[in-house]
Design a protein around this ligand. Structure first.
Ligand code: SAH
Length: 193
């Protein structure tokens, strides 16, 4: 059985995503960011991994999800690739702009600085925005009703549960500086005006 081009494109984008993440995980380890976060936050991170990687790979490489296969209109490949490319670019920019303030789970250490430049000038959670944009790409590229939308569902849960905790944590450390930042920016949807 040959892998359809849209699934091949998805695998290529996922490899690039993992390569970028790998670079920043190694940098974070060098700064001794080792906090594993609380159990709920870890479960959310695992859920995103399931939606973005595990279920798609099950779909592409095993017959386990075949019951949920769907037809693949030809427009899905270019549109999905465009969304995944845009999501990957925003993911990489968010990592670069957040620099050493990034961590997998919610963490703040003594060296932490509030970042309000680059893509963070317009939106407080550009990395989560990038997950949504890539998630749309995944839904278009993977012709399966389970593996396709899996990342969108997982990321919606991550954002719904984590963002209130993350913003409360940022306010507890940066106070009015973060409250002012909230007034000028969008949460997950960029505010351009
Ligand atoms: N929610 C952000 C960052 C995700 S990484 C995004 O979607 O782009 C999570 C870590 O980033 C958290 O531990 C928090 O300490 C840090 N963080 C989030 N927003 C930040 C900001 N504006 N400046 C500095 N650190 C930030």
């Amino acid at each position: 059985m040959t892998t359809p081009p849209s699934s091949c494109a998805f695998i290529a984008f996922t490899a690039a995503y993992l390569a970028i993440r790998g670079v920043f995980i190694r940098r974070a380890r060098k700064q001794h960011k080792t906090d594993k976060g609380d159990a709920r936050d870890r479960a959310l991170v695992a859920l995103v991994g399931l939606g973005q990687i595990a279920l798609p790979l099950l779909f592409v490489w095993t017959p386990l999800l075949d019951v949920a296969d769907r037809a693949q209109p030809s427009a899905c490949l270019p549109l999905g690739a465009l969304a995944m490319a845009a999501g990957l670019w925003l993911f990489w920019r968010s990592h670069v702009d957040l620099g050493e303030n990034w961590s997998v789970t919610l963490e703040i250490d003594a060296q932490h600085r509030l970042v309000t430049r680059g893509v963070y000038r317009f939106v407080r959670h550009p990395m989560y925005t990038s997950f949504f944009v890539s998630g749309i790409g995944q839904a278009l590229l993977l012709a399966n009703w389970i593996a396709g939308p899996a990342a969108l569902v997982a990321v919606a849960l991550l954002v719904g549960v984590r963002v209130p905790n993350e913003e409360a944590m940022m306010i507890s450390v940066f106070g009015d500086e973060y409250r002012d930042y909230m007034r000028r920016t969008g949460g997950v949807v960029p505010r351009l005006s």
